[in-house]
Design a protein around this ligand. Structure first.
Ligand SMILES: [Zn+2]
Length: 319
């Protein structure tokens, strides 16, 4: 569908001297990309007026009219830019897929997304403690590309303010969960922001450390309690499942006390009631003949106690 448009305004102000002019010098045609209409791609042509600036004192002899719908020098309407950004951010679609659907270049769609994201989120305030976390955005998708099928990364990395005073404030988002995506996001921030980060708290299951060392060589990398306890709990579960396979030759079921009480094994030991602790002993006596589950549980509890310790001498003793 081919559409030729012209603005209805008869006059426009010279950007140099502000004088209004209605004298048209010529009307060059500009191709502009826009939203599809009725499911069809629109070939939009803008008959852009070049107006003569009349005052002899103005160094500008002529100027092109402007419109709020299309930024100066842009080949895209603002509403198409917004639509591209929302289509990428609001789905798990690759930038290349959305770009191809709208007939724009990859970098055009990517730029639209980055500039929209910058508007959606305010510029991050500097923080001495930066938290980096991975989030699984949605299930894995496969995208058809000219070279074949490509696995779409459903992971998203979030950057949060981990300063205890403002803990949890979202500072930014980046697609993926690699060291490269951390490095890329940090590179977009101001030198002041990067210099202000003293500690980075990360999720140890993602390969973030390499990106942080490259972008913030002065910062210390730390792992927060939540992630350490989660890793310890995963270890207890791994041991419980392995012992079940070795002892029973199958996975745990409702017939096995260790499987039935699997959540109790992961709960904080100091918050269990005396009755629950007795039950735990019975469970281990029945289902843990090699004492491996009990040992794993003990390691997990020692870690929790270490993380709960506040006194430096106490911490050194426990380490
Ligand atoms: Zn002028």
């Amino acid at each position: 569908m081919r559409v030729v448009v012209e603005t209805v305004a008869r006059e426009a102000a010279c950007p140099e001297c502000g004088t209004l002019s209605a004298r048209v010098k010529d009307r060059p045609l500009r191709r502009v990309k826009d939203l599809p209409a009725s499911g069809q791609r629109v070939e939009l042509w803008w008959r852009k007026r070049r107006l003569v600036c009349l005052p002899a004192t103005c160094p500008r002899r002529s100027f092109l009219e402007r419109t709020a719908a299309i930024p100066p020098r842009s080949r895209l309407t603002i509403r198409l830019r917004e639509h591209l950004a929302a289509a990428i951010a609001g789905s798990n679609r690759a930038v290349s897929e959305v770009a191809a659907e709208h007939g724009v270049a990859w970098h055009t769609a990517h730029r639209a997304l980055v500039s929209a994201a910058a508007r959606w989120l305010p510029a991050p305030t500097p923080t001495p403690v930066l938290g980096i976390d991975e989030t699984r955005a949605r299930s894995v998708r496969w995208l058809k590309e000219s070279t074949g099928w490509r696995r779409s990364d459903p992971w998203l990395t979030s950057f949060v303010d981990a300063d205890p005073a403002r803990r949890g404030l979202l500072l930014g988002l980046a697609p993926g969960r690699s060291g490269g995506c951390v490095k890329g996001w940090l590179a977009e921030q101001t030198p002041q922001f990067r210099a202000g980060v003293g500690t980075v708290v990360i999720d140890p299951s993602a390969p973030y450390a390499s990106g942080i060392r490259a972008a913030l060589p002065h910062a210390q990398i730390a792992v927060d309690h939540f992630h350490l306890v989660r890793l310890a709990n995963e270890m207890v579960t791994d041991v419980r499942q392995r012992v079940a396979r070795e002892q029973l030759g199958r996975r745990g079921t409702t017939a096995d006390p260790a499987w039935v009480h699997r959540r109790m094994l992961l709960a904080a030991g100091n918050r269990l009631s005396p009755r629950q602790l007795r039950r735990l002993e019975q469970v281990l006596a029945a289902d843990d003949p090699t004492n491996e589950i009990g040992a794993a549980w003990g390691v997990k509890e020692r870690l929790r106690q270490l993380l709960a310790a506040r006194d430096p001498a106490d911490i050194r003793g426990r380490l």
